[in-house]
Design a protein around this ligand. Structure first.
Ligand SMILES: *[C@@H]1O[C@H](CO)[C@@H](O)[C@H](O)[C@H]1NC(C)=O
Ligand SMILES: *[C@@H]1O[C@H](CO)[C@@H](O)[C@H](O)[C@H]1NC(C)=O
Ligand SMILES: *[C@@H]1O[C@H](CO)[C@@H](O)[C@H](O)[C@H]1NC(C)=O
Ligand SMILES: *[C@@H]1O[C@H](CO)[C@@H](O)[C@H](O)[C@H]1NC(C)=O
Length: 413
């Protein structure tokens, strides 16, 4: 009897353990990942070239002998799941496979992950189209596919992504036009479509009242500026074929950074733009502007630090009033048609606070204000290719001046 006791006890314990396990299994089973979500994860992994899945990368940890949401953390790095309160299935909410160097395609099956809020495949080597099924992911708040080789146009029904806050498709090979329906994205704060092959006009995006950053630079967009979102802080439209006047920019009172460089804009760089209260970087270089309205600025509230207007058709005298912009550190007015003398007031700004001053490739005449020849003043820049008396001993004069024949008549003015 006494010898039997332990084994009976053991048997009882065993039975209890088994009973516990048996009661637990259905519970676990019911919190497992929804079957169709698992299918999608499989499809995602299968459309990546296995050679590009290194042993340290997230996709390598996707082991389908285990359940994705249950083994998340150990396996299935780069995903997050819902934790259901009831006994329903877990759903995938986040996929973040940023910067692992994956080569391959994005499977259309991704459209079945209907609880997905974040899809981040930035900085890989995905190629082929962005599947149109992406527009079924109506809970997405972030769609980040920047720095890949995605091609083709935007998914036709992308406007269905009503919750989207960040849409970054920069640095791909996307083409086609930018659809006006994007202005229905009422939660959008960042729209990055730069460095693609988008063409056509910029649609009216004024409805994007939460939009903070609009980067459409380095595409093939043409036409005039449309009405732009009122609350923009960063507007980057450089390296396109945009034309017309820019006076509508003056209404963007929260603007901090404005880059319209390398387009075909013309007319005036209005004083209302130069004095936008928050503006700190203004780059309108390489355009066809003919005037820049620099009004005297007595209020010290101007934030403007960087002013780059080089390579335009600005003419007349250099604006003396520029010295009233107390925060300026970088001034580039090179490659224009400025004539006359360098205002003596510019000398007082050298080194404090002007640290970069480019007046090169104009038709400036005469001698230099005395501070320019003071070697103790630390400044980077150039006075080359003007009609100045510019001593070779002065660093800023390196590069030489125009030939006398070019200087006759002060540059044709
Ligand atoms: C996605 O859903 C559709 C329709 O429900 C289904 O036919 C298809 O097989 C699903 N794809 C995957 C990979 O689960
Ligand atoms: C769990 O799901 C079953 C059906 O699948 C249902 O009958 C049961 O009420 C659910 N239990 C809870 C706690 O939600
Ligand atoms: C997604 O990608 C960006 C870079 O594009 C990265 O900075 C970010 O941390 C990633 N993850 C999430 C969840 O946004
Ligand atoms: C302004 O834009 C031009 C052309 O895109 C670029 O070369 C230049 O570096 C920019 N200027 C500043 C100060 O960033």
């Amino acid at each position: 009897m006494a010898r039997l006791m332990p084994s009976v006890l053991f048997m009882c314990l065993n039975t209890i353990t088994i009973a516990i396990i048996l009661t637990l299994i259905p519970l676990f089973a019911e919190s497992r990942t929804l079957g169709s979500d698992v299918q999608v994860l499989r499809a995602i992994k299968q459309s990546i070239d296995p050679v590009s899945i290194t042993s340290s990368s997230f996709l390598h940890s996707w082991n389908f002998n285990t359940d994705p949401c249950e083994s998340m953390g150990a396996n299935f790095l780069g995903i997050l799941c819902t934790i259901p309160q009831d006994n329903s299935s877990s759903r995938i909410t986040v996929i973040d496979l940023e910067g692992d160097g994956y080569e391959g395609f994005l499977t259309p099956a991704v459209g079945n992950l209907t609880e997905l809020t974040v899809l981040n495949l930035s900085n890989n080597k995905f190629r082929g189209p962005i599947p149109s099924s992406v527009s079924k992911l109506v809970k997405l708040t972030r769609l980040l596919l920047a720095d890949n080789f995605f091609s083709g146009s935007l998914p036709p029904r992308i406007y269905r992504l009503k919750k989207i806050g960040s849409l970054d498709l920069s640095r791909n090979r996307l083409s086609g036009s930018i659809p006006g329906e994007l202005s229905g994205f009422r939660s959008l704060t960042l729209l990055g479509l730069s460095n693609n092959e988008f063409s056509g006009r910029i649609p009216i995006l004024a409805g994007l009242w939460q939009l903070n950053t609009l980067d459409l630079s380095s595409n093939q967009l043409y036409g005039t500026l449309p009405q732009l979102p009122q609350n923009l802080r960063t507007l980057l439209l450089g390296h396109n074929l945009l034309s017309g006047h820019i006076s509508s920019i003056r209404r963007l009172e929260n603007l901090r950074t404005l880059d319209l460089s390398d387009n075909r804009f013309s007319g005036s760089i209005d004083h209302e733009i130069l004095t936008l209260p928050e503006l700190s970087r203004l780059n309108v270089s390489v355009n066809r502007f003919t005037t820049m309205e620099v009004i005297r600025f007595s209020d010290s509230a101007t934030q403007l630090q960087v002013l780059d207007v080089h390579a335009n058709r600005l003419h007349g005298r250099l604006p003396v009033t520029l010295v009233t912009y107390g925060s300026l550190t970088t001034v580039n007015v090179g490659s224009n048609l400025f004539s006359g003398r360098i205002p003596p007031e510019y000398g007082e700004r050298l080194g404090r606070p002007w640290r970069n001053l480019f007046l090169d490739h104009n038709f400036l005449v005469g001698g230099l204000p005395p501070q320019f020849t003071n070697s103790a003043v630390r400044i980077r820049g150039s006075l080359a290719h003007n009609c100045l008396s510019c001593p070779a001993s002065v660093q800023l004069c390196h590069g030489g001046q125009r030939a006398a024949a070019e200087c006759v008549g002060g540059g044709g003015k």
